[in-house]
Design a protein around this ligand. Structure first.
Ligand SMILES: Cc1cc2nc3c(=O)[nH]c(=O)nc-3n(C[C@H](O)[C@H](O)[C@H](O)COP(=O)(O)OP(=O)(O)OC[C@H]3O[C@@H](n4cnc5c(N)ncnc54)[C@H](O)[C@@H]3O)c2cc1C
Length: 470
């Protein structure tokens, strides 16, 4: 039986990075993957959705290009070609991961691994022995027990991302991040989209002003947003029917395809956790801030830990677990984790909202800036958007930021770095931002915290009157 220092079970963004980092620390490492390297993120998640969204955005921009004085004519799209392009990107990145593992000396074994004892993993009958084990088996789409859920044309994100043709209408159950990214995608391609959400609004947990602005944009594009609605049953077929209850009334929505997007369940069943006595919280693996389970040599990272189901969190956890496997003592810190939603415009946020900061007992001061007032955003054709910064009134500490703007998902990193370095709002405001860029909205909002934003109207009607009063 081959013996390793570390065995990593699952090759998603948590596991494949953890394996490389273990090898960098000089540990003899094996990575066991049942399916394809890259996991959900690369094969059925982050990358394929964004590849399709990019194409949809191109198509939508081409349709709107006349507003910019560009006349192309005869604009159309071929969904099969979009899907092929997405697959090419995924395949290239997947090959890249395989090369990286090899170059770092990580052994990759293809097969489904089951823990046999705290040091042994059974991979399709072959035993792998390791001093330490990192569990990174990820998650899969949840299918709630709604009558009719297994009907024809009722699918999850996995099947959506494998489609080579695009139906004309969709009913999306679930207005969370994944549901709204699909709504953005299909609406941009001119499809009829209905979203049914159980909560009173889409994207629960996201800043209310941003949700309101996004809802208006989507509704303008013809997306029907049905909220406070509980789906009671489904009828599959060429035309699917989704029955739901809203305000005590029984209603239904129809479409050519129904996408179930109501969350993801951890892949913790059938991998030997129960027999080993690995402590679970509901069906997630319980870990401490060093990513240790209750079994001393077993660590767990990524979606199975139920912390935040995000690829970058899985990776960050993987790096910490790898360091601890190498005898270091590292802790994970979840206080500055950016979250991104690839709607149009994009949404990105980090830290606390104004509400949450107040709930935490902080005296807060906020700065906002209307993205429509930014030159670059206007050049890009963005018609609305907002940036909000939340700061501690006493210290100037940046407590949180919410962006709804073109390229918000790239710009949020600036705020993460500022927060990580414990920068103050004054320092952010004094940072010279390049012009013309959308990133200037962050500087403008920082100035607004002090009431000194030069590119928005004064908040008092007559500024001289106010000065005299003071
Ligand atoms: C449609 C969609 C869009 C998303 N978009 C984003 C986004 O934009 N940004 C973001 O941060 N996150 C996004 N996510 C979430 C992100 O994909 C996950 O949080 C991330 O992939 C979790 O990483 P992981 O390493 O924990 O597990 P996974 O990526 O799920 O990988 C786990 C791997 O383990 C393998 N495995 C499971 N059991 C075994 C076993 N017993 N033996 C061997 N191998 C096994 C699986 O085959 C899989 O490859 C998205 C998810 C979806 C579904």
């Amino acid at each position: 039986m081959e013996k390793y220092d570390v065995a990593v079970l699952g090759g998603g963004p948590g596991g494949y990075v953890a394996a490389i980092r273990c090898a960098q620390y000089g540990l003899k490492t094996v990575l066991i993957e049942a399916d394809e390297l890259g996991g959900t993120c690369l094969n059925r998640g982050c990358i394929p959705t964004k590849a399709l969204l990019h194409c949809a955005e191109l198509y939508e921009s081409a349709l709107e290009s006349m507003e910019h004085g560009v006349f192309t004519g005869g604009i159309s799209f071929n969904y099969a070609a979009l899907a092929r392009r997405k697959d090419t990107i995924v395949a290239k990145l997947r090959a890249g991961i395989a090369s990286l593992e090899k170059a770092h000396g990580v052994t990759v074994i293809k097969g489904f691994g089951v823990l046999q004892d705290p040091h042994t993993i059974n991979v399709n009958g072959n035993l792998v022995n390791a001093e330490k084990i990192i569990l990174a088996t990820g998650s899969a789409p949840a299918r709630p027990p709604i009558p009719g859920i297994d009907g024809e044309n009722i699918i999850t994100s996995d099947e959506v991302l494998a489609m080579t043709e695009c139906p004309d209408s969709f009913v999306i159950i679930g207005g969370g991040v994944i549901g709204m990214e699909f709504a953005t995608l299909f609406a941009a391609l001119g499809k009829k989209v209905t979203v049914i959400e159980m909560m009173p609004s889409i994207l629960p947990g996201v800043d209310r002003d941003i949700v309101r602005m996004l809802s208006q944009i989507l509704q303008k594009k013809g997306v029907e947003l049905v909220t406070s609605a509980r789906v009671t049953s489904l009828q599959g077929g060429k035309t699917i029917k989704v029955n739901y209850e809203q305000s005590g009334q029984v209603k239904s929505a129809t479409g050519a395809c129904c996408v179930i997007s109501v969350g993801r369940k951890p892949m913790t069943a059938g991998i030997g956790l129960e027999a080993l006595g690995v402590r679970m919280a509901r069906s997630f693996v319980e870990v401490d801030d060093r990513l240790r389970t209750n079994i001393p040599n077993i660590y767990a990272i990524g979606d199975i830990t139920g912390k935040m189901q995000l690829a970058h969190v899985a990776t960050a956890q993987g790096l910490v677990a790898a360091a601890n496997c190498a005898g270091k003592d590292e802790k994970i810190d979840y206080s500055i984790v950016p979250a991104c939603i690839y709607t149009s415009p994009e949404i990105a946020f980090v830290g606390m909202t104004e509400e949450k900061a107040k709930e935490a007992g902080k005296a807060v001061q906020c700065g906002t800036f209307n993205v429509a007032g930014n030159g670059k955003a206007m050049i890009m054709g963005a018609k609305s958007g907002i940036v909000k910064l939340v700061t501690d009134e006493a210290t100037g500490e940046i407590l949180g930021a919410q962006l709804f703007a073109p390229r918000a998902t790239d710009m949020i990193a600036e705020l993460c770095v500022a927060m990580k370095c414990e920068g103050t709002i004054e320092e952010l405001a004094a940072t010279i931002h390049p012009h013309p860029t959308v990133s200037e909205v962050i500087m403008e909002a920082a100035h607004d915290v002090e009431g000194l934003c030069c590119h928005s109207m004064p908040k008092v009607k007559n500024i001289w009157e106010k000065r005299e009063v003071q």
